[in-house]
Design a protein around this ligand. Structure first.
Ligand code: C2O
Ligand code: CU
Length: 489
């Protein structure tokens, strides 16, 4: 089998596409200015959470690894944003980056003008400019936010967004947010250079020399990679992080033995599915993408890019590794949980919990309260996912974003999206502005679709606007695996 490197070195330059933004650096049709978002006034009695964020170049210490990168402030993940369901958020973004940017509030069923898609819901925020996002966050849960421009998400530009449930009983003593990431920025390359290499950069551009791995194959080539997700990813990362820290100098989460902890996990990685386990413990999964599930206890679970899982754990006494193993890639992300004295296990100590069965999110079942009303779909739409490494183009419905036709939805219909993955990779498919239900009723906004599998998801078209559905592998999205879904009031 040819290595990916040789395929890349022999590669033809591909046509630049524009995916995450309709105004990225690639040539793109000029979109007409959209203008400022209409002001949103809080309803009587509505609480308003006001914050400002500065997107800027900075230098971060990832734990023995210094990197120049871009972040919200001087940390990655950026500052935790927290509100209560029903609150209005009024967040000002101050763009001190040398490029256009925006913020997308991933998973929030918000008004379309605040969705952060440049050229579609807003004009890009120019360097030196500011933009205020105003929206109501209707649903409790674990979310995050990131730019919707190019491959900026693969820098340090991401942060958790937690929407609390005023009626949640809170059966736990402590709560931790755990953000997973795959890190390459500032390690001799940047995500933009990685993307250039993937799309046909020549050998001279491949100074980071870490693009080894397997070919994904195109139609008919031998199945490479391994189950359950096929080929692992397109980028081999030098570091995997939990809460911005390397395994060697990890984040340490502290509690008391016997305490029950809620852990909110977010995969902010660009190209990596993780299997997560906590040494010496089983975890009870209670929510996915913010929606409650019938609790399931497991040794380990998979989490795809853009997905979030809430788990609860009763802590033992001592020091335990919380490990996120990148699927099909070498290395790991790690944090430590400390409830007592003791020596931390070695960085590469094996975890029995990772050797057994790893839960797939799609096996979970929703609680009654998380279900859509039972109803047959009145509208059927298809997303046919295709693409390959060589040339590096990923498409929906036969063409990359910008060339494929937007799906036209109808307000008030139960809409079924049939997502057919005709590739040898898994794609975490994300829908903006809505949450969908899987065939078993599970509510999510991001779902992993394994190679050559089809998943039907249903949602109510009850939030008019111009939306996106795309793969949350940010390199796939930028290479075209994205489509617009539009409907008017
Ligand atoms: Cu987090 Cu359009 O994505
Ligand atoms: Cu993908």
């Amino acid at each position: 089998m040819a290595s990916r490197r040789s395929l890349l070195l022999g590669g033809l330059a591909t046509v630049g596409t524009m995916a995450l933004s309709a105004c990225s650096k690639s040539p793109s049709p000029a979109s007409s200015p959209i203008g400022p978002a209409p002001t949103l006034n809080p309803a009587p009695g509505q609480n308003v959470v006001t914050k400002s964020l500065v997107a800027k170049p900075t230098t971060l210490d990832l734990g023995g690894v210094m990197v120049d990168t871009w972040a919200y402030g001087d940390a990655a993940p950026g500052p935790l944003l927290r509100a209560t369901a029903g609150d209005m958020l009024r967040i000002t973004l101050d763009n001190q980056l040398p490029e256009d940017t925006t913020i997308h509030w991933h998973g929030i069923r918000l008004r379309n003008v605040a969705d952060g898609v440049p050229g579609q819901t807003q004009d890009p925020v120019r360097p030196g400019a500011a933009y205020t996002y105003e929206f109501t966050a209707p649903d409790p849960g674990t979310y995050f936010f990131h730019p919707h421009v190019g491959v900026q998400l693969d820098r340090g530009l991401y942060a958790p967004l937690i929407i609390d449930d005023p009626s949640e009983p809170g059966r736990y003593d402590a709560e931790w947010v755990v953000v997973l990431d795959d890190w390459i920025d500032g390690t001799g390359t940047t995500p933009d250079e990685v993307f250039t290499d993937l799309t046909g950069g020549q050998g001279a551009g491949m100074h980071h020399g870490n693009m080894g791995g397997m070919d994904h194959g195109s139609g008919g080539m031998a199945m490479s990679g391994k189950l359950p997700f096929g080929d692992a990813g397109d980028v081999v990362y030098p570091h995997y992080l939990i809460n911005g820290r390397t395994p060697a100098d990890p984040d340490v989460l502290r509690a008391k033995p016997g305490q029950r902890v809620r852990i909110r996990m977010i995969n902010a990685g660009a190209d990596t599915i993780f299997a997560v386990a906590l040494g010496g413990h089983r975890m009870t999964v209670t929510a996915t993408d913010g929606w409650a599930v019938e609790p399931v206890t497991t040794d380990a679970l998979y989490i795809g890019m853009g997905e979030r899982y809430d788990v609860e754990v009763t802590l033992g006494d001592g020091v335990f590794p919380l490990v996120a193993a990148p699927f099909g890639k070498a290395g790991r992300a790690r944090a430590l949980i400390r409830t007592g004295p003791g020596q931390a296990p070695a960085v590469d100590a094996s975890l029995a919990e990772l050797d057994g069965r790893v839960l797939f999110g799609t096996e979970l079942r929703p609680t009654e309260s998380s279900r859509l009303d039972p109803k047959d779909p009145d509208d059927h739409q298809m997303l046919h996912l295709a693409g390959q490494m060589q040339p590096y183009v990923w498409t929906i419905n036969g063409k990359p974003f910008g060339k494929n036709s937007p799906l036209s939805l109808t307000r008030g219909t139960r809409t079924r999206l049939q997502m057919m993955n005709m590739t040898m990779m898994t794609h975490p498919m994300h829908l903006h502005g809505h949450t969908f239900a899987l065939p078993n009723g599970l509510r999510e906004d991001t779902v992993l679709i394994p190679p050559m599998r089809t998943i039907d998801v249903d949602f109510d078209a009850d939030n008019p606007g111009d939306w996106m559905a795309h793969c949350h592998n940010i390199y796939h999205a930028e290479a075209g695996m994205m489509i617009a879904l539009n409907y008017a009031t």
